[in-house]
Design a protein around this ligand. Structure first.
Ligand SMILES: [Zn+2]
Length: 138
């Protein structure tokens, strides 16, 4: 399987931004942790308020995983939180990534979209997300 680079994701989405970057980072982490076997093996659920810029996360996830609207293996769910869940069928594992509270504050403090996106891309997964990885049946 081949995936788009972050630059490709920016082209797909139409502009650079921190929420696109969050989605891209979440998808990349999910791919590395869950190691889906094929393009239908992983399913993503994006829990965000259903408004921009939060929903920009979905495009980042689509570009960094094989979870896409066209394949019906991605879903946007209206929520007050910012979290991205991935489910891998072959391993029956679930990865839940909750965007850390201070990240949102940092994004608004930085203000500039490009600078905020670069900031997101520079963080480690542990700095960016509270990470839970578990067997889906438990
Ligand atoms: Zn956007």
């Amino acid at each position: 399987m081949s995936y788009l680079t972050f630059e490709d994701a920016v082209r797909f989405h139409g502009h650079i931004g921190p929420y696109l970057a969050i989605g891209y980072r979440a998808g990349t982490l999910a791919r590395n942790v869950l190691k889906p076997r094929d393009i239908y093996d992983m399913y993503a659920e994006i829990h965000v308020p259903l408004k921009r810029p939060y929903t920009c996360i979905a495009d980042g996830v689509q570009c960094s995983t094989s979870c896409t609207l066209g394949k019906l293996n991605i879903k946007l769910i209206d929520s007050n939180e910012l979290s991205i869940s991935f489910f891998c069928k072959s391993s029956n594992r679930k990865l839940v990534l909750r965007v850390k509270e201070f990240i949102i504050d940092e994004i608004s403090r930085i203000g500039n979209l490009e600078k905020a996106a670069k900031y997101i891309m520079s963080l480690s997964p542990d700095e960016l997300f509270d990470i839970a990885n578990y067997l889906a049946s438990t």
